[in-house]
Design a protein around this ligand. Structure first.
Ligand SMILES: [Zn+2]
Length: 271
């Protein structure tokens, strides 16, 4: 599943090609998770004046309005300055601009392309309104994080995945950050002491920055998988390593299921 680092890397690669170009054609294929919400023709003639990311959404600021793209479970976006050939069976959304083609390829169709009149409109609010702060932006301070966790009764791993305290810490990254901070994934979020919260705050940022740095190559593999794979996983300390020796203490890594998602941890190093 595309997580924050993959979406950030996608944004970084799309941005220089799309910024300042004008939409000249829109293709909408099979239904995605949510409909576009407007006649595709209304996008034609609009210039892309900004490319941003919020959580796992790609945001394209237009002259009038906002286009939101979500990669769902299996989506990937490609952009090309030369015609990329006929649309494939999984290319369900395409923007043609004055200088390139951008395609959303999404075999499982949990992704979406949605138009919103503005970022404050109900259409955008429905998708973005519940999102917590960005983990790599200034608003994610350790004070903010501690205050958010103090109100949560659930297990810390679940609270991280919930995305309403801090957004974009997906399944792999939550397991890795908790290992780095020495915190057991099942520990109640509000029962973690401040020193350990500070460690976790730092670990989340370290893990995501590292994943973004590796993202260029993980994205390539990513396109061909439906699961949680990629280069980052090959470099993981606990994720996907059940039964293997902990890199710190040699004890076997354990795997449990929390909220239907696999969690990996070291029962010796994480308390
Ligand atoms: Zn260990």
């Amino acid at each position: 599943m595309p997580e924050l680092p993959e979406v950030e890397v996608t944004k970084q690669s799309l941005s220089p090609m799309l910024l300042g170009t004008t939409i000249s054609g829109v293709h909408v294929g099979k239904p995605l998770r949510w409909p576009l919400g407007v006649d595709p023709k209304t996008l034609v003639g609009q210039t892309i004046v900004g490319v941003r990311r919020r959580g796992k959404y790609l945001l394209f600021d237009l002259d009038a309005g906002l286009l939101l793209l979500h990669l769902g479970m299996s989506g990937s976006v490609s952009v090309s300055q030369q015609w990329p050939g006929p649309l494939g069976p999984y290319d369900h959304f395409e923007l043609q601009t004055t200088s390139c083609w951008m395609r959303l390829n999404d075999p499982r169709r949990f992704g979406a392309a949605v138009f919103a009149p503005s970022e404050n409109s109900p259409q955008a609010h429905k998708l973005l309104g519940h999102l917590g702060v960005e983990p790599l932006e200034a608003g994610f301070t350790s004070d903010y994080f501690a205050a958010g966790l103090a109100k949560r009764a659930g297990a810390i791993k679940q609270v991280l995945l919930g995305g309403d305290v801090v957004v974009g810490v997906g399944n792999i990254y939550a397991s890795e950050a908790l290992f780095m901070a020495g915190i057991r994934p099942t520990r109640g979020a509000k029962r973690i002491g401040r020193v350990r919260i500070n460690k976790l705050h730092q670990a989340i940022q370290t893990v995501l920055v590292r994943a973004i740095a590796l993202g260029g190559s993980s994205l390539r593999d990513f396109k061909h998988t439906n699961g949680e794979h990629g280069l980052f996983q090959a470099n993981s300390q606990v994720y996907g390593r059940e039964g293997q020796a902990c890199t710190q203490c040699q004890a076997p890594i354990k795997r449990i299921v929390q909220g239907q998602r696999a969690t990996y941890f070291c029962a010796t190093c994480q308390r």
